[in-house]
Design a protein around this ligand. Structure first.
Ligand code: NAG
Ligand code: NAG
Ligand code: NAG
Ligand code: NAG
Length: 371
């Protein structure tokens, strides 16, 4: 705990130094000026920094207890990992401070952006309705913030800020996971193709709404492999993978790629970076040691087979759970979510990756381009 405190302190000192530097040297070599853009974050538990602490939900959708956060945050913030998430590292790459949790009432200023993501949320309003902030509501909150920014900055400056800012999305996994039945069968009221079409359709509407408000630069994750997540295996008879989920994930990822290409042609100034987290995640599950990890098929924190029962923290109806000795070794911190080491690697590739994994641009290029 003491270590985490010191690290937080250092982090703050580090951030303030950077702010001072960029504040007094407009001729510095940096391409990144803290005033010129912000980062807005939307989606699910891969990105939620703790919004679910402030909504009427159950502890199932919260992660604000130890050992969550143990590698970086003290007290735990509600992030579903042992430490920082992908958007936290992206903010660092972009020389922005940690992007504030929108629903945390202590946060009043959002000059560097806001994080609206909510663990458990999907693109469809029905997905875990009543327990999460669905994507449409997240975008409504963004609209509220936009009005405030418009009042504070005036139209011209606000328009410039919105156009130069980056909008990050992790979305879709929960639409598919929410309908997995107790026996592992998938209970979609539609064909896979139709259901994926609805998810992508609703996601597209959200991108269009933000574009209409002046957003131009979008960073999007595709869906990582789902079939062999420790939780999926732990809850299936025979502890086998659920290949049907990966068939759906590939359908989603194909439709997503096509849709983004279409939007780039249709919408004025629309630019995007799509990170193929699917392939990067898959490589780490199969070959963890190649990426500085040791274990790619079991969770660090949880109970039951592969620590795949989602009990990490002891507040989800099961009090007893195990925690591994070395968090850094496990691709999966809990039965669904990657650890901080993997998140840092994913963010690095999203930021700086070549065009075979981050297409057609990477986030660095998006941030640097002037609209
Ligand atoms: C919170 O959710 C519970 C259970 O779903 C419900 O009974 C209660 O009325 C809700 N409270 C508020 C303030 O919405
Ligand atoms: C699983 O459950 C669903 C709905 O409860 C049922 O329709 C299906 O037949 C079950 N599948 C198996 C393999 O038991
Ligand atoms: C969005 O999802 C709803 C279900 O929540 C569905 O009825 C609708 O057709 C979807 N919209 C698009 C554009 O796909
Ligand atoms: C692109 O990046 C990926 C992931 O870092 C790497 O595996 C691949 O070899 C790179 N490809 C090229 C052409 O550099």
């Amino acid at each position: 705990m003491a270590v985490a405190n010191i690290e937080m302190g250092l982090q703050l000192v580090f951030v303030s130094c950077l702010l001072m530097l960029s504040g007094c040297s407009s001729t510095s070599q940096s391409h990144f000026n803290k005033e010129s853009y912000a980062l807005f974050v939307f989606g699910d538990s891969l990105f939620d920094p703790g919004n679910n602490n402030y909504i009427n939900t159950t502890t199932y959708y919260q992660a604000n207890v130890r050992p969550y956060g143990i590698s970086y945050f003290n007290p735990p913030t509600g992030r579903f990992s042992d430490g920082r998430l992908i958007p936290d590292f992206i903010a660092e790459h972009a020389r922005l401070p940690l992007i504030p949790t929108y629903l945390d009432p202590r946060n009043k200023k959002f000059v560097h952006g806001a994080n609206f993501a909510s663990g458990g949320a999907g693109a469809l309003v029905e997905t875990r309705a009543g327990f999460v902030v669905d994507l449409k509501t997240q975008v409504k909150f963004f609209g509220d913030l936009e009005k405030k920014l418009r009042r504070d900055l005036g139209d011209a400056k606000c328009d410039q800020l919105l156009a130069d800012s980056v909008y990050l999305f992790s979305c879709g996994i929960n639409d598919y996971m929410a309908l997995v039945g107790n026996n592992g069968s998938i209970l979609y009221p539609h064909t896979h193709q139709q259901y994926v079409g609805m998810v992508i359709g609703n996601f597209t509407s959200v991108l269009k709404r933000i574009h209409k408000k002046g957003g131009r630069k979008f960073g999007v994750l595709n869906i990582h492999p789902l079939a062999c997540l420790p939780n999926i295996r732990a809850e299936r008879p025979g502890n086998t993978c659920n290949q049907e989920l990966d068939i759906i994930a590939s359908l989603h990822n194909d439709q997503l790629s096509n849709r983004l290409e279409e939007l780039e042609k249709q919408l004025e100034g629309f630019m995007y970076a799509k990170f193929d987290i699917n392939s990067e995640f898959s490589k780490r599950m199969k070959n963890p040691s190649r990426y500085g990890l040791k274990i790619g098929d079991r969770a660090c924190c949880g109970s039951g087979p592969f620590r795949g029962i989602f009990s990490c923290g002891g507040k989800r109806g099961i009090e007893e759970f195990e925690v591994c000795d070395d968090v850094d070794d496990y691709l999966f911190f809990d039965s669904f979510h990657p650890n901080e080491v993997a998140n840092a690697q994913f963010a690095e590739i999203f930021w700086n990756g070549n065009s075979s994994v981050t297409t057609p641009y990477n986030l660095k290029t998006l941030f640097q381009s002037k609209k």
